[in-house]
Design a protein around this ligand. Structure first.
Ligand code: PLP
Length: 430
């Protein structure tokens, strides 16, 4: 459907009245499209079908003679740790532990232990500190921000550039404020911009002096193997660089197979220095008899090897890359020459970040919702759900089929152009 039919000029040159006509056509189309969150599509979930019949009555005997059917093995099966450690976390198998089904839950758990007990480097449990602050690169992931709110942590936004967080700001802030105890990092194909932390950024994060002795990087490697192009970005060597810089306990690394197999039915992983791993397992021992080893065996049998996991992700790429290409093509066609409009072209991950002129994002999202296209709420990419410039919208193209995605993107273009026109008319223009 062409919402711009009959106008013989590019969409970006339409007047507000003409855009109102286009918007009325979008409304008439009675769309009902949800692209609020980055869900795998049904075709992606289908790839995991054989996984559902595993492990069956497998007579698998662990090399380490662990009986996977019984209690025990708090750290997780060695074979499974070897399979995922380097590829998902960039760490050796001895330095990771297998958790349950959600890496977010493990991040929450790590913060919980920090609050109740602190790290070995902490002067006292975090709960006893007058305030705890975390650096939050923006645009960022709303669930990270929600976790900060949950723990009563003050969020300090820092701009996320194409090369990673603005390191001049980060270094200045962490050096001067001992209440800043940590920072969220999605180092590869970040949610939502797709930013990739460059070597220089990672080195500076590893080396930077911090006023807090127990400063930690929550290194959320959610998109470790979620490539969309041949330019497959390797895991950054954060742990090695931290060790060389004398900050061995700084990284807390997380990953999961949520978006590799089935969300909620995968496995999550925690990795860090040997000392932090011991800290983690000590506290875990008081809360669980150990993670689900049947699921660990299921993963082992399904992937067979690290290469099996990487090969599996190539099938995801075949399904996902055309969606990102389609979204890009629609945005180019409708918004290419619009002032102060820009979007990211990620090489991996699940999202695209769209920036509009100041003051337009929430209006565009509202117009889209009224027209039957639910987008991620404007502001969700910023701490507290408030984008001070009201500019950024997270786009999640993964779930929709190509035709529906095209329709949603065409409708979005109309809503963006109309929001800009309405904003300018109300005197808030650039
Ligand atoms: N971290 C990031 C950056 C994500 O984008 C997501 C999911 O969208 C998650 C974590 C969720 O991970 P899990 O399913 O392992 O809890």
């Amino acid at each position: 459907m062409n919402f711009f039919a009959g106008f013989d000029k590019p969409p970006s040159q339409l007047t507000r009245q003409e855009l109102e006509v286009c918007y009325a056509r979008v409304m008439e189309a009675a769309l009902d499209i949800n692209m609020t969150r980055g869900l795998p599509s049904p075709a992606q979930l289908q790839l995991a079908n054989p996984y559902l019949s595993l492990p069956g009555t497998s007579d698998f005997v662990s090399r380490s003679l662990i009986d996977w059917r019984n209690y025990g093995c708090l750290q997780g099966m060695p074979e499974l740790r070897e399979l995922v450690a380097e590829v998902l976390l960039g760490l050796p198998a001895e330095q990771i532990a297998v958790g349950e089904n959600s890496s977010l839950a493990l991040m929450h758990e790590a913060l919980g232990y920090a609050f109740s007990h602190g790290f070995s480097t902490s002067p006292r449990p975090w709960i006893k500190e007058p305030s705890i602050k975390f650096l939050c690169p923006v645009p960022g992931y709303d669930r990270h921000f929600a976790m900060c709110e949950e723990f009563g942590m003050e969020m300090v936004p820092v701009p996320l550039l194409e090369t990673g967080p603005d390191m001049d700001q980060v270094e200045r802030l962490v050096a001067s404020d001992p209440a800043i105890k940590g920072m969220w990092c999605v180092p590869k194909y970040s949610n939502p911009s797709g930013a990739i932390y460059c070597n220089d950024t990672v080195e500076r994060l590893a080396k930077m002096p911090t006023a807090a002795n127990d400063f930690v990087l929550l290194w959320d490697n959610a998109y470790a193997v979620h490539h969309l192009t041949d330019d497959e970005v390797p895991n950054q060597p954060l742990a090695k660089l931290c060790e060389e810089a004398g900050h061995i306990d700084r990284p807390l690394v997380f990953a999961s197979t949520s978006k590799i197999l089935l969300p909620g039915a995968g496995l999550a992983f925690f990795g860090s220095s040997r000392a932090n791993l011991a800290w983690w397992l000590k506290h875990r021992r008081s809360r669980t008899i150990g993670p689900d080893k049947v699921n660990q065996l299921r993963h082992l049998l399904f992937f067979g090897s690290s290469k099996g996991l990487v090969d599996h992700m190539k099938k995801h790429r075949v399904l996902l890359a055309p969606k990102f290409e389609r979204l890009e093509a629609e945005l180019l066609q409708g918004l290419a020459d619009v002032r102060q409009v820009a979007w990211t072209t990620p090489k991996g991950g699940y999202f695209v970040s769209l920036d509009l002129p100041k003051g337009c994002a929430s209006l565009a999202v509202r117009l889209a919702l009224q027209a039957g296209v639910a987008l991620t709420q404007a502001g969700a990419t910023h701490p507290g759900g408030t984008d001070p410039h009201d500019r950024t919208i997270r786009l999640a193209p993964t779930y929709l089929d190509l035709d529906t995605l095209s329709m949603a993107a065409k409708a979005l273009v109309v809503c963006v152009l109309l929001a800009i026109a309405q904003n300018e008319c109300s005197g808030n223009g650039p």
